[in-house]
Design a protein around this ligand. Structure first.
Ligand SMILES: [Zn+2]
Length: 317
């Protein structure tokens, strides 16, 4: 490797791809593009190759945090929701283009490594990262070891069952999973059930959705709650109770010193989302309460993690 090695990190999302160059000091340059959905399974790897060339960098290694599910052995994204193609090769096309080592892991696993290396977990050997976004996901470092599992899906916290009797079915087909209530894709459905028998007349939430529950979005719900709308606050409180259970399960299972939280739902509404968890979690815990905070790395947390796995073999080989 060169005296001052350069690395590339990439964050593959269903809607955006982020690519950055950097080293131990952090990110030098970053590019963000809409994820290619026109050119078949080869579209994403070709797009990343193009973005790395645009950054005009010659990398010594490449790290990738990606939507899953993944096959870590073949370095492919196998069959991902919200994307029109299956079996997307990532590792091989990048290796043959640049002739360097390419490592790929699930995006939340990358994020927790980013937190350990660049963020709030620099001094912790037990860190958990949670994304509250369109879906819910997690990454765990326990005793300074990244948990991956047989297929790289060791920490599917969004599918913790919170209510086995619930009529609300998760995208995976099971009833009462955490993500089915609190994932950004599912919050509108959860809220619509809540307001079905409520007189909404004159409420801010009703005005924002122009009287039609079909228009309801998470953004409207949190906007109305932040302005004191009683109905919106009640729904946000229910979401807070369910998030508290999910976080308590994490603490009881993984015993982290610190939990950092990212994803658009949390990053856009930090107080409404995190305060109820911090206030109420203790009653569900057997383990000592960890520090819970918003990730200081913001929307770049996966990108930082991808850079970190590129430059360090400690967590991913
Ligand atoms: Zn599920």
């Amino acid at each position: 490797m060169r005296q001052n090695p350069h690395f590339i990190g990439a964050d593959i999302g269903a809607s955006k791809i982020r690519v950055a160059s950097g080293d131990k000091k952090g990110i030098f340059k970053k590019l963000v593009e809409d994820t290619d959905k026109k050119h078949g399974p080869q579209g994403i790897p070709l797009q990343i190759i193009g973005m790395i060339h645009k950054l005009n960098d010659t990398p010594d290694a490449i790290g990738i945090g990606s939507i899953g599910p993944l096959n870590l052995r073949t370095g492919m994204i196998t069959n991902t929701p919200n994307y029109p193609f299956e079996n997307i090769p990532i590792k091989k096309p990048l290796e043959s283009e640049f002739g360097v080592k390419v490592k790929i892991i699930n995006d939340c696993s990358a994020a927790v490594v980013g937190e350990r290396t660049f963020g709030a977990g620099k001094n912790s050997q037990n860190i958990f990262y949670v994304t509250l976004s369109t879906g819910l996901g997690g990454g765990a470092i326990v005793d300074d070891h990244l948990l991956l599992g047989k297929d790289g899906n060791a920490v599917e916290i969004g599918h913790f069952t919170l209510d086995p009797n619930s009529k609300i079915i998760c995208g995976c087909g099971s009833p009462g999973h955490w993500e089915a209530f609190c994932g950004g894709n599912n919050i509108p459905n959860f809220a619509r059930r809540w307001i079905k028998n409520v007189n909404m007349y004159g409420s801010l939430l009703n005005n924002l959705m122009e009287g039609d529950p079909k228009n309801l979005t998470p953004k409207m719900l949190f906007e109305a709650a932040s302005q004191g709308d009683i109905i919106a606050l009640e729904i946000v409180e229910e979401i807070g109770k369910l998030n508290t259970l999910g976080f308590a399960n994490i603490v009881n299972a993984y015993d982290p010193e610190i939990i950092t939280v990212g994803g658009s739902i949390a990053l856009n509404n930090p107080d409404l989302v995190l305060s109820p968890i911090k206030q109420n979690i203790t009653r569900y815990l057997i383990n000592r309460k960890p520090e819970i905070l918003l990730t200081p790395l913001g929307e770049n947390v996966v990108l930082y993690g991808s850079l970190a796995i590129a430059m360090d073999d400690r967590y991913v080989n």
